[in-house]
Design a protein around this ligand. Structure first.
Ligand code: CTP
Ligand code: CA
Length: 229
């Protein structure tokens, strides 16, 4: 059947996804990180693969695995925000769709120690410096890539989400209320709103992260087709 045309929705498309948290080193035994488990990003990668895409997944440190049978997803493991920046930059140019589901640390320790820090009397102050905003950097260099971000919020979802969409020059953003029951970090389900740059909003009601992933990809494809038409 090799000669038959692949009619799956994402056949012939290259998709780059980032998932999971980043870890920012303090010393050899300590780091700063966040509650991201990587599930949403991994489900997006699996869904894109099943829809026929050529998928690259850039993953921070997570405790989950890709489903079996998705062996040809290209998996790139990273640890820090800086590593993730490099991996996304290295893979960006040839992509059709880029989705940043990762929870990138906004700050990292300004100084890191090669030896384990010893405790001392009194308080410890660790100065943090900003990491690079990877998504914003991609938004600045994008050509034809359809660029999608996530917004993790606990309040003012629409307002903060729209602001990120504009500020980072995105084509769409997935609004994720991480304090809601059945949504956000660690949950097997999610409840999100897909918002595109024309400020058209589509609510995706509570469903498994895999089903949410499929719907997000369908909205992206619809927008891409509309743009071409
Ligand atoms: N993001 C990124 N690089 C960073 C921080 C965030 O690429 N250094 C991306 C995330 O992967 C996500 C989007 O930006 O797709 C929004 O992340 P979020 O943490 O919700 O927003 P921030 O812009 O970091 O703003 P804040 O944390 O203050 O809400
Ligand atoms: Ca952030």
């Amino acid at each position: 059947k090799a000669h038959q045309q692949d009619t799956r929705l994402l056949a012939g498309k290259k998709v780059l996804i980032s998932a999971g948290p980043t870890r920012e080193k303090v010393d050899p035994v300590r780091f700063f990180s966040n509650r991201s488990t990587g599930k949403m990003g991994y489900k997006l990668a699996e869904a894109a693969y099943e829809l026929g895409a050529d998928v690259t997944l850039v993953s921070g440190p997570v405790h989950i695995h890709l489903e079996s049978g998705v062996g040809s997803i290209k998996l790139v493991h990273v640890t820090t925000a800086e590593d993730m920046y490099q991996a996304m930059m290295d893979n960006f140019a040839k992509q059709d769709i880029v989705i940043k589901a990762a929870a990138v640390a906004d700050y990292r320790p300004k100084v890191t120690y090669d030896e384990k820090m010893k405790k001392q009397d009194g308080n410890l102050h660790i100065e943090l410096e900003r990491t690079k905003d990877i998504l914003k950097a991609l938004g600045e260099i994008k050509t034809n890539q359809y660029l999608v971000g996530f917004a993790a919020e606990t309040q003012k979802l629409q307002e903060y989400g729209q602001d990120k969409l504009r500020r980072k020059n995105l084509d769409a953003i997935v609004l994720n209320n991480v304090s809601q029951q059945g949504a956000g970090f660690g949950s097997d389900t999610n409840i999100v709103t897909y918002l595109n740059k024309n400020l058209e909003e589509y609510k995706i009601p509570k469903a498994s992260k895999k089903e949410v992933a499929i719907q997000i990809l369908q909205y992206i494809l619809r927008d891409m087709k509309d743009e071409k038409a």
